[in-house]
Ligand binder design. Structure first.
Ligand SMILES: [Zn+2]
Ligand SMILES: [Zn+2]
Length: 250
């Protein structure tokens, strides 16, 4: 069974995007018998849903309080960072990542770009199926994987086409997990088989935006089953993942 859910949102994702509190999500995870949960609200440059810098210390305090209050589950502070530049820059600086246990990173459309990121973002809105978009996106992913200790790539290939083989190869080398997202899986069974052959490691996360969705990976499970790949490749199934950043304290 699922051992941990490393991608969940709370009310710290603004505009009522996440519905539950940190405490609500942790209680939901406990009720399901999960051993671990990460709270991963949207990165700071997401224009509508992002966590604010001002709220970040409160978020950390809420996570610390939940960790104390619920000793039967490991509770981790994370963020779902955004790609904001073709150079692979993401929207969390070291002063923020230093305080996180788990760093998730994914592509989202409505973010404040940086370092030439406007063309990068527009390309994905306007000409997203172009060869140029694919090349630039892939480059951004590769550079980010090299430059940041990204533990999990959330929903790869969603809203932002990438060369899965290139990205998967580098993710395997660095130990960044490929996520099978609870809401969106933009990879076919053949893609998954190809990624597994490269040595990729996978996790399944709910991407819950309300406490009742915490731990729900029924959708990616169905897709995984069609690939015929063993569950042993899912590193949060019947075991706990070994995160690249090594910041998780168990
Ligand atoms: Zn996302
Ligand atoms: Zn998310």
């Amino acid at each position: 069974m699922l051992s941990g859910d490393y991608h969940t949102h709370t009310t710290y994702s603004r505009m009522n995007h996440g519905k539950g509190s940190v405490d609500d999500n942790v209680r939901a995870a406990l009720a399901l018998g999960l051993k671990e949960i990460a709270l991963t609200d949207h990165g700071l440059r997401h224009m509508t849903y992002g966590m604010t810098k001002k709220a970040f210390p409160r978020f950390l305090a809420d996570v610390a309080a939940a960790r104390e209050k619920y000793p039967d589950i490991n509770v981790y502070a994370g963020l779902e960072a955004n790609f904001i530049s073709p150079n692979g820059v993401i929207d969390v600086d070291p002063d923020v990542t230093d305080k996180l246990d788990v760093l998730v990173c994914g592509y989202h459309k409505i973010v404040r770009p940086k370092f030439g990121g406007t063309a990068f973002l527009l390309r994905n809105l306007v000409t997203k199926n172009s060869r140029k978009a694919l090349v630039k996106n892939t480059d951004a992913y590769l550079r980010a994987i090299e430059n940041y200790e990204i533990d999990i790539l959330s929903h790869p290939n969603t809203s932002c086409r990438i060369d899965l083989k290139e990205v998967g190869g580098l993710a395997a080398k660095y130990g960044t997990y490929i996520e099978l997202n609870g809401k969106r899986v933009s990879m076919t069974a053949d893609d998954l088989i190809m990624l597994a052959s490269l040595g990729c490691k996978f996790v399944m996360d709910s991407d819950a935006h309300s406490p009742d969705r915490v731990g729900d990976v029924s959708y990616p499970l169905e897709i995984w089953k069609t690939s015929g790949l063993p569950m042993s490749l899912i590193h949060n199934w019947d075991r706990l993942p070994d995160f690249r950043s090594g910041k998780v304290k168990r």
